[in-house]
Design a protein around this ligand. Structure first.
Ligand SMILES: Cc1cc2c(cc1C)N(C[C@H](O)[C@H](O)[C@H](O)COP(=O)(O)O)c1[nH]c(=O)[nH]c(=O)c1N2
Length: 234
Protein backbone atom coordinates (compact mmCIF):
# COMPACT_ATOMS: atom_id res chain seq x y z
CA UNK A 1 0.00 0.00 0.00
CA UNK A 2 1.33 3.40 -0.87
CA UNK A 3 0.21 6.72 0.62
CA UNK A 4 0.36 8.13 4.13
CA UNK A 5 -0.25 5.92 7.15
CA UNK A 6 -1.08 6.93 10.73
CA UNK A 7 2.00 8.23 12.55
CA UNK A 8 1.20 7.07 16.06
CA UNK A 9 3.99 7.36 18.62
CA UNK A 10 5.72 4.10 19.48
CA UNK A 11 4.66 2.13 22.54
CA UNK A 12 6.67 2.77 25.70
CA UNK A 13 8.65 -0.45 25.21
CA UNK A 14 9.41 0.39 21.61
CA UNK A 15 10.55 3.87 22.53
CA UNK A 16 12.78 2.51 25.26
CA UNK A 17 14.33 0.10 22.79
CA UNK A 18 15.11 2.87 20.33
CA UNK A 19 16.66 5.12 22.98
CA UNK A 20 18.55 2.17 24.44
CA UNK A 21 20.12 1.42 21.08
CA UNK A 22 21.13 5.08 20.75
CA UNK A 23 22.49 5.37 24.28
CA UNK A 24 24.34 2.07 24.46
CA UNK A 25 25.80 1.98 20.93
CA UNK A 26 29.56 1.96 21.16
CA UNK A 27 32.52 2.20 18.85
CA UNK A 28 34.21 -1.21 19.12
CA UNK A 29 37.92 -1.72 18.52
CA UNK A 30 38.66 -4.85 20.50
CA UNK A 31 37.01 -7.95 21.93
CA UNK A 32 35.46 -8.97 18.63
CA UNK A 33 34.46 -12.63 18.84
CA UNK A 34 35.73 -14.77 15.95
CA UNK A 35 32.23 -16.11 15.17
CA UNK A 36 31.19 -15.33 11.62
CA UNK A 37 28.31 -12.94 10.96
CA UNK A 38 25.49 -14.90 9.31
CA UNK A 39 24.44 -13.65 5.88
CA UNK A 40 20.87 -12.91 6.97
CA UNK A 41 22.15 -10.83 9.89
CA UNK A 42 24.49 -8.87 7.63
CA UNK A 43 21.66 -8.37 5.15
CA UNK A 44 19.44 -6.93 7.88
CA UNK A 45 22.16 -4.45 8.80
CA UNK A 46 22.68 -3.45 5.18
CA UNK A 47 18.94 -3.06 4.71
CA UNK A 48 18.85 -0.75 7.75
CA UNK A 49 21.63 1.30 6.15
CA UNK A 50 19.80 1.32 2.83
CA UNK A 51 16.71 2.82 4.52
CA UNK A 52 18.63 5.93 5.51
CA UNK A 53 17.48 9.32 4.27
CA UNK A 54 19.40 10.66 1.29
CA UNK A 55 19.45 13.93 -0.58
CA UNK A 56 16.99 13.82 -3.50
CA UNK A 57 16.59 10.10 -2.63
CA UNK A 58 19.97 9.72 -4.32
CA UNK A 59 20.95 6.60 -2.30
CA UNK A 60 24.60 7.25 -3.17
CA UNK A 61 26.02 4.39 -1.10
CA UNK A 62 27.65 1.09 -1.93
CA UNK A 63 28.66 -1.55 0.58
CA UNK A 64 31.97 -3.31 0.03
CA UNK A 65 32.07 -6.40 2.24
CA UNK A 66 35.59 -7.48 3.07
CA UNK A 67 36.25 -10.93 4.46
CA UNK A 68 39.53 -11.73 2.71
CA UNK A 69 42.44 -11.94 5.19
CA UNK A 70 44.77 -10.72 2.42
CA UNK A 71 42.74 -7.55 1.84
CA UNK A 72 42.41 -6.96 5.59
CA UNK A 73 46.17 -7.26 5.94
CA UNK A 74 46.70 -4.56 3.32
CA UNK A 75 44.16 -2.33 5.03
CA UNK A 76 45.85 -2.91 8.39
CA UNK A 77 49.21 -1.88 6.91
CA UNK A 78 47.62 1.31 5.58
CA UNK A 79 46.25 1.98 9.05
CA UNK A 80 49.61 1.38 10.73
CA UNK A 81 51.32 3.82 8.37
CA UNK A 82 48.70 6.52 8.91
CA UNK A 83 48.54 5.93 12.64
CA UNK A 84 52.29 6.32 13.07
CA UNK A 85 52.03 9.69 11.32
CA UNK A 86 49.00 10.66 13.39
CA UNK A 87 50.77 9.92 16.67
CA UNK A 88 53.49 12.44 15.78
CA UNK A 89 50.91 15.19 15.32
CA UNK A 90 49.82 15.25 18.96
CA UNK A 91 51.72 17.20 21.60
CA UNK A 92 54.08 14.98 23.59
CA UNK A 93 51.79 14.84 26.63
CA UNK A 94 48.90 13.40 24.59
CA UNK A 95 51.11 11.26 22.37
CA UNK A 96 51.88 8.76 25.12
CA UNK A 97 48.19 8.12 25.78
CA UNK A 98 47.37 8.16 22.05
CA UNK A 99 49.93 5.46 21.38
CA UNK A 100 48.33 3.22 23.98
CA UNK A 101 44.83 3.47 22.49
CA UNK A 102 43.57 0.64 20.32
CA UNK A 103 41.92 2.39 17.42
CA UNK A 104 40.92 -0.42 15.06
CA UNK A 105 39.97 -4.09 14.95
CA UNK A 106 40.62 -4.70 11.26
CA UNK A 107 42.08 -8.19 11.35
CA UNK A 108 40.17 -9.44 14.41
CA UNK A 109 36.71 -8.45 13.15
CA UNK A 110 35.24 -11.19 10.95
CA UNK A 111 33.73 -8.64 8.57
CA UNK A 112 35.06 -5.30 7.42
CA UNK A 113 32.70 -3.04 5.51
CA UNK A 114 33.57 -0.01 3.45
CA UNK A 115 30.58 2.27 2.85
CA UNK A 116 31.22 4.48 -0.14
CA UNK A 117 29.49 7.43 -1.77
CA UNK A 118 29.03 7.49 -5.55
CA UNK A 119 29.21 11.20 -6.23
CA UNK A 120 27.65 10.84 -9.69
CA UNK A 121 24.74 8.55 -8.86
CA UNK A 122 21.93 11.04 -9.31
CA UNK A 123 23.31 12.60 -12.48
CA UNK A 124 24.54 16.20 -12.76
CA UNK A 125 21.60 17.81 -10.92
CA UNK A 126 20.17 16.26 -7.77
CA UNK A 127 17.22 17.66 -5.84
CA UNK A 128 18.55 19.24 -2.64
CA UNK A 129 22.19 19.07 -3.72
CA UNK A 130 22.20 21.92 -6.19
CA UNK A 131 24.01 24.40 -3.94
CA UNK A 132 25.47 21.99 -1.41
CA UNK A 133 27.54 19.36 -3.19
CA UNK A 134 28.50 17.47 -0.04
CA UNK A 135 24.92 16.49 0.82
CA UNK A 136 25.57 13.09 -0.79
CA UNK A 137 28.40 12.50 1.69
CA UNK A 138 26.17 13.49 4.59
CA UNK A 139 23.49 11.11 3.29
CA UNK A 140 26.01 8.30 3.31
CA UNK A 141 26.86 9.07 6.93
CA UNK A 142 23.15 8.66 7.74
CA UNK A 143 23.39 5.15 6.29
CA UNK A 144 26.39 4.44 8.51
CA UNK A 145 24.50 5.51 11.61
CA UNK A 146 21.44 3.42 10.71
CA UNK A 147 23.67 0.38 10.38
CA UNK A 148 25.48 1.18 13.62
CA UNK A 149 22.23 1.37 15.61
CA UNK A 150 20.75 -1.74 14.01
CA UNK A 151 23.99 -3.56 14.81
CA UNK A 152 23.70 -2.53 18.46
CA UNK A 153 20.22 -4.03 18.59
CA UNK A 154 21.54 -7.25 17.03
CA UNK A 155 24.51 -7.58 19.42
CA UNK A 156 27.01 -6.82 16.67
CA UNK A 157 29.86 -4.44 17.51
CA UNK A 158 30.89 -1.83 14.95
CA UNK A 159 34.07 0.21 14.93
CA UNK A 160 34.70 3.08 12.53
CA UNK A 161 38.32 3.38 11.42
CA UNK A 162 39.28 6.62 9.72
CA UNK A 163 43.03 6.68 10.24
CA UNK A 164 43.92 6.12 6.60
CA UNK A 165 45.04 8.04 3.60
CA UNK A 166 42.07 7.97 1.23
CA UNK A 167 44.33 7.02 -1.64
CA UNK A 168 45.35 3.82 0.19
CA UNK A 169 41.72 2.76 0.60
CA UNK A 170 41.03 3.70 -3.02
CA UNK A 171 43.94 1.63 -4.29
CA UNK A 172 43.35 -1.44 -2.11
CA UNK A 173 39.61 -1.54 -2.84
CA UNK A 174 39.92 -0.47 -6.52
CA UNK A 175 37.52 2.45 -6.10
CA UNK A 176 36.77 4.50 -9.20
CA UNK A 177 37.58 8.22 -9.01
CA UNK A 178 33.95 9.30 -8.63
CA UNK A 179 33.47 7.12 -5.54
CA UNK A 180 34.50 8.39 -2.10
CA UNK A 181 35.22 6.03 0.77
CA UNK A 182 33.08 7.45 3.60
CA UNK A 183 33.36 4.85 6.34
CA UNK A 184 35.59 1.87 6.94
CA UNK A 185 33.88 -0.29 9.55
CA UNK A 186 34.89 -3.38 11.50
CA UNK A 187 31.98 -5.66 12.44
CA UNK A 188 31.71 -8.68 14.67
CA UNK A 189 29.78 -10.29 17.48
CA UNK A 190 30.68 -8.95 20.90
CA UNK A 191 29.69 -10.12 24.34
CA UNK A 192 30.55 -6.94 26.18
CA UNK A 193 30.57 -3.24 25.43
CA UNK A 194 31.93 -0.24 27.29
CA UNK A 195 29.19 1.56 29.22
CA UNK A 196 30.66 4.90 28.14
CA UNK A 197 32.79 5.91 25.14
CA UNK A 198 36.11 4.12 25.40
CA UNK A 199 37.94 7.41 24.82
CA UNK A 200 36.17 8.84 27.85
CA UNK A 201 36.89 5.77 29.98
CA UNK A 202 40.56 6.03 29.07
CA UNK A 203 40.83 9.71 29.89
CA UNK A 204 41.13 11.11 26.38
CA UNK A 205 38.05 13.33 26.35
CA UNK A 206 34.70 13.65 28.18
CA UNK A 207 31.20 14.06 26.81
CA UNK A 208 30.35 17.76 26.68
CA UNK A 209 27.36 19.01 28.68
CA UNK A 210 24.42 19.16 26.27
CA UNK A 211 23.26 22.51 27.70
CA UNK A 212 26.51 24.13 26.57
CA UNK A 213 25.81 23.13 22.99
CA UNK A 214 22.29 24.51 22.63
CA UNK A 215 21.76 27.99 21.25
CA UNK A 216 18.48 29.63 20.39
CA UNK A 217 17.81 31.75 17.32
CA UNK A 218 21.47 32.14 16.36
CA UNK A 219 25.05 31.22 17.16
CA UNK A 220 25.99 31.71 20.81
CA UNK A 221 22.54 32.99 21.79
CA UNK A 222 21.46 31.40 25.05
CA UNK A 223 17.74 31.02 25.66
CA UNK A 224 15.85 32.31 28.69
CA UNK A 225 15.75 35.62 30.58
CA UNK A 226 19.14 35.24 32.20
CA UNK A 227 20.75 34.78 28.81
CA UNK A 228 24.04 36.58 28.83
CA UNK A 229 27.21 35.57 27.15
CA UNK A 230 30.26 35.66 29.47
CA UNK A 231 31.43 38.82 27.71
CA UNK A 232 28.15 40.62 28.44
CA UNK A 233 28.18 39.50 32.05
CA UNK A 234 31.56 41.08 32.75
C1 LIG B 1 33.62 9.80 11.52
C2 LIG B 1 34.16 8.96 12.66
C3 LIG B 1 35.48 8.49 12.59
C4 LIG B 1 35.99 7.71 13.62
C5 LIG B 1 35.18 7.43 14.75
C6 LIG B 1 33.85 7.90 14.80
C7 LIG B 1 33.36 8.65 13.77
C8 LIG B 1 31.92 9.14 13.84
N1 LIG B 1 35.70 6.67 15.77
C9 LIG B 1 34.88 6.38 16.94
C10 LIG B 1 34.90 7.49 17.97
O1 LIG B 1 36.12 7.52 18.64
C11 LIG B 1 33.75 7.25 18.95
O2 LIG B 1 32.55 7.30 18.25
C12 LIG B 1 33.71 8.28 20.07
O3 LIG B 1 34.86 8.16 20.85
C13 LIG B 1 32.48 8.11 20.95
O4 LIG B 1 32.41 6.79 21.44
P1 LIG B 1 31.17 5.85 21.17
O5 LIG B 1 30.98 5.76 19.69
O6 LIG B 1 29.97 6.47 21.82
O7 LIG B 1 31.52 4.53 21.79
C14 LIG B 1 36.95 6.10 15.66
N2 LIG B 1 37.43 5.28 16.62
C15 LIG B 1 38.65 4.71 16.49
O8 LIG B 1 39.07 3.96 17.39
N3 LIG B 1 39.41 4.91 15.39
C16 LIG B 1 39.00 5.73 14.39
O9 LIG B 1 39.72 5.89 13.41
C17 LIG B 1 37.74 6.36 14.51
N4 LIG B 1 37.26 7.19 13.56
Amino acid sequence: MTGPKPAAAFSTDEKQAVYRAIRTRRDVRSNFLPDPIADDMLNRLLLAAHHAPSVGFMQPWNFIIIRSPAVKTQIKSAFLRANAEAAQMFPERERALYSKLKLEGITEAPVNLCITCDRQRGGPVVLGRTQNRDMDLYSTVCAVQNLWLAARAEGIGVGWVSIFHDEDLRRILSLPDHVTPVAYLCLGHVDELWSEPELQAKGWRDRLPLQDLIFTDGWDQKSGDDSQSPAEAD
